[in-house]
Design a protein around this ligand. Structure first.
Ligand code: ITT
Length: 196
């Protein structure tokens, strides 16, 4: 079965493809189906934004579609940047600038107060009457400096068991990441649905 990934983030697209491929799902990008679309993500929850993205793309292509809305929730910042993770620090910043901004804001927060979690909400629309929704989380903490080269977004500053997401191989990240967990939950929902 093929799923259209409703994302303009190429690094997220790569992760979705590599996690879903071994489960037997092919992933088509928006480019693959010739669709250019920017969805206004104005819901107040990850699940709400995932639904907006999946619905907007499904409406345009009428093909099974999967969307991920994700972000980093930092305890010391009252859960910020949360649903605003992609826009944290203002529009036009790149990943590195956004990460520096977060490190700066966290510079006086002691080690035992640096807890954080990544959240991924998934919305998968198979046809007009079938919407599957699930999520995944990964708990960790915010480092005092960037570490590692891999991944994207906040990966260099998000630590799990002493290593940043950026210091993990792709397989290691997928095994523990919010997105890996969320997409494995989707697989279970799809299995249930497809076997019915
Ligand atoms: P689409 O909406 O087109 O999918 P986006 O990048 O805007 O792309 P989100 O709205 O879900 O996606 O924003 C999520 C942001 O959270 C993303 O831009 C990253 O900054 C961050 N993020 C999400 N998952 C991440 C991950 O696995 N590693 C690092 N940062 C991540």
């Amino acid at each position: 079965m093929k799923l259209v990934a409703a994302t303009n983030n190429q690094k997220k697209l790569r992760e979705i493809s590599r996690i879903l491929a071994p489960m037997g799902f092919g992933v088509l990008s928006l480019k693959d189906i010739g669709l250019e679309i920017e969805v206004e993500e104005d819901a107040d929850s990850f699940a709400g934004n995932a639904r907006l993205k999946a619905q907007a793309v499904f409406e345009r292509c009428n093909l099974p579609t999967v969307a991920d809305d994700s972000g980093l929730c930092v305890e010391a910042l009252g859960g910020a940047p949360g649903v605003y993770s992609a826009r944290y620090g203002g529009p036009g910043l790149n990943d590195q600038e956004r990460t520096s901004r977060l490190l700066d804001e966290m510079k006086d927060v002691p080690e035992d107060k640096r807890g954080a979690k990544f959240v991924s909400a998934i919305c998968c629309i198979l046809d007009r009457s079938t919407m599957l929704e699930c999520s995944g989380e990964c708990c960790g903490s915010i480092g005092f400096a960037s570490a590692g080269e891999g991944g994207f977004g906040y990966d260099p500053v998000f630590l799990v068991d002493g290593k940043s997401y950026s210091e993990l191989s792709a397989e290691e990240k997928d095994a523990i990441s919010h997105r890996g967990r969320a997409l494995r939950n989707l697989r279970e929902l799809l299995r249930g649905y497809l076997n019915d």
